[in-house]
Design a protein around this ligand. Structure first.
Ligand SMILES: Cc1cn([C@H]2C[C@H](O)[C@@H](COP(=O)(O)OP(=O)(O)O[C@H]3O[C@H](CO)[C@@H](O)[C@H](O)[C@H]3O)O2)c(=O)[nH]c1=O
Length: 359
């Protein structure tokens, strides 16, 4: 196994997949602005969840290039790798919504497993003769570990035990990345993160969906009894962790990333309602009336909680944004960008970009 880590001082061609999506767009912007000497390529299929509007502030930077394409298109990906000879990959492109994975598991296997393998193969074909200074970084999820009971934490050595088609597909892609490391000597690193929130998140996930519904006076569908627990992390803190792991993480290692910030869904939703009433100048208790308990998600994981000691001790990372600050910033962003919300939910941006980039 090649243990050399990434050298910051040498100009690199870095491919970020899924860079037009929620977490990806924050990572792309951070890298483009922080590393002007590196060339940042953003490969994204611009599905319903990807949006170039998310990156309009950096679209003309000389160290940034957008490429529209699907990671499952093997011939296209191989051509791209031969043309640009990427030094490293930060792989975020994925189908990510658990409810969608229950409706269409195959789409998740295709993008998350097959797509990852296409990238691994293309990277292997380029560099197998010499892996020096190269790295495949797979961005993954804490859901691969399955569900916790009322106590305990996921650590990097917790056994994988995925429950949803989404988490099974991410667990599988993690395994393939490790297998390419063991079998072909590919230098890799993996991180598994908890629930992200912040600007630009597609309003199907809990926080942006409920903000959007409160704005529009629509019901807030809380699954089951609402006593499910998630750990929440502001998306920019995730982007900073990714930067640290990419540059300073050890090859062949996994890092867990979390917010040290557990909330029961129902408590989080009530807090959101309170904050939104204040922001919208509505009477106390107005938004809470929108809470509607609905049928539970099948196979709903009870609790996720991350032990982020390793990344803290080894790389000095910890979240910088408190939940109060983060929620406040996120709510303000959605209120200031209601047009974005309308456009992404109507698919209008997609039509525009698909026309512009050909589809
Ligand atoms: C959309 C929705 C969600 N929920 C519940 C289900 C979960 O317990 C919690 C959060 O749901 P979601 O926002 O869908 O996120 P969750 O299933 O935890 O998964 C997220 O977090 C994962 C990391 O833990 C990421 O890997 C996934 O890509 C991301 O989608 O809220 C509701 O009660 N009602 C809803 O309408």
């Amino acid at each position: 196994m090649n243990n050399s880590n990434i050298n910051k001082s040498i100009t690199k061609k870095i491919l970020i997949t899924g860079g037009a999506g929620f977490i990806g767009s924050h990572v792309v912007r951070y890298f483009v602005n922080t590393y002007p000497d590196d060339l940042i390529f953003n490969l994204d299929a611009l599905t319903y969840a990807g949006n170039l509007e998310n990156l309009k502030d950096i679209q003309d930077k000389s160290n940034y290039k957008f490429v529209k394409g699907d990671i499952t298109d093997e011939a296209f990906v191989n051509r791209l790798f031969i043309e640009y000879k990427f030094d490293s990959i930060i792989h975020l492109a994925a189908e990510s919504h658990v409810d969608r994975s229950i409706k269409d598991p195959l789409a998740f296997a295709k993008t998350n497993i097959l797509g990852t393998m296409v990238l691994l193969n293309a990277f292997k074909a380029l560099w197998q003769h010499s892996w020096e200074g190269k790295r495949f970084y797979h961005i993954s999820t804490d859901e691969v570990y399955g569900s916790l009971g009322a106590t305990g934490f996921f650590t990097e050595t917790t056994a994988y035990d995925p429950n949803s088609p989404y988490s099974a597909s991410k667990a599988s892609s993690d395994h393939f990345v490790r297998a390419y490391g063991e079998t072909f000597g590919m230098p890799y690193v993996i991180s598994n993160c908890s629930n992200n929130y912040g600007p630009n998140q597609f309003p199907e996930k809990l926080i942006p969906l409920f903000i959007n519904n409160i704005i529009n006076n629509k019901p807030l569908p809380v699954y089951g009894d609402g006593n499910y627990t998630r750990d929440w992390l502001y998306v920019m803190d995730h982007a900073v962790a990714i930067d640290l792991i990419y540059h300073e993480g050890k090859n062949g290692e996994t890092y867990n990333i979390g917010g040290f910030n557990e909330w029961k869904n129902i408590d989080l939703v009530k807090l959101l309602c309170k904050l939104m009433d204040k922001k919208l100048g509505r009477a106390k208790g107005t938004s809470e009336k929108l809470i509607t308990f609905v049928k539970d998600r099948p196979g709903h994981d009870l609790r996720y909680a991350i032990d982020a000691t390793k990344i803290n001790k080894e790389l000095g990372w910890k979240p910088s944004v408190t939940f109060e600050e983060g929620l406040d910033k996120a709510i303000d962003w959605y209120l200031e960008n209601e047009e974005w919300l309308t456009h992404v939910t109507s698919g209008e941006y997609q039509k525009y970009y698909n026309k512009q980039y050909g589809k």
